[in-house]
Design a protein around this ligand. Structure first.
Ligand code: 5GP
Length: 193
């Protein structure tokens, strides 16, 4: 994804050796043209997987997830990080430790939107330790549905999430993969696609 890489290089701000701030196009202000490309790229990569639902976690996963769902022609669900007062019906709950906020959230999804026959594509903005992706996968598996794949916009390959998800048997596909953020510089993993 050339456009995404360019955006990361020109607008990404490296915070320490671990965190990339991309609030000008993904985490605060969002770039709709880029999000549309992200959606069509995920569609291309996961088209053969029989996806019936796209699942993400609020808030930064919503934009890439909705564009992917639009392209695949399926609904998108986002897990809530805070319990909604209107969410009174049966809910699925999992604990997820937040990499950026350094706190554990209970994420929730209403049972009425996930069914055992669903093939769920999990989408998120970043992959670090895999906490968010594993939490979403556990939600899917709680109802007996299957994870069709995990699509990540920006994978930080130097952190353990990618390896752990692959070892757990999930199909992981990341649009850009970062090998290092050392010395304030973004270094990408060699392109394989
Ligand atoms: P994980 O759950 O894989 O440890 O971390 C992924 C989650 O933490 C994502 O949902 C994302 O919101 C946040 N995150 C992790 N690393 C970064 C980062 O370098 N930059 C930003 N902006 N968010 C991150």
């Amino acid at each position: 994804m050339k456009l995404l890489k360019e955006k990361v290089m020109t607008e990404g701000i490296v915070l320490g050796d671990q965190v990339l701030k991309v609030d000008s196009f993904l985490n605060h202000q969002m770039d709709p043209v880029l999000m549309r490309e992200v959606g069509s790229e995920f569609k291309r990569r996961f088209a053969g997987e029989g996806v019936t639902k796209v699942l993400t976690i609020e808030s930064s996963g919503i934009a890439p997830a909705i564009m992917t769902a639009l392209e695949l022609g399926v609904p998108m669900i986002f897990a809530r990080k805070h319990k909604s007062l209107t969410l009174k019906e049966d809910i699925l709950v999992e604990k997820v430790y937040s990499f950026t906020k350094r706190e554990t959230n209970e994420i929730t999804v209403s049972k009425k939107f996930l069914h055992p026959e669903d093939r769920v594509l999990i989408i998120d903005d970043f992959l670090a330790n895999g906490e968010a992706a594993f939490g979403l996968a556990r939600i899917v598996e709680q109802v007996g549905a299957s994870v069709a794949g995990i699509g990540i916009v920006i994978e930080k390959s130097f952190q353990p999430g990618a390896r752990l998800l692959e070892e757990a048997g999930y199909r992981l596909d990341s649009l850009v993969r970062i090998a290092s953020l050392e010395d304030g510089t973004v270094t990408f993993v060699e392109e394989v696609h």
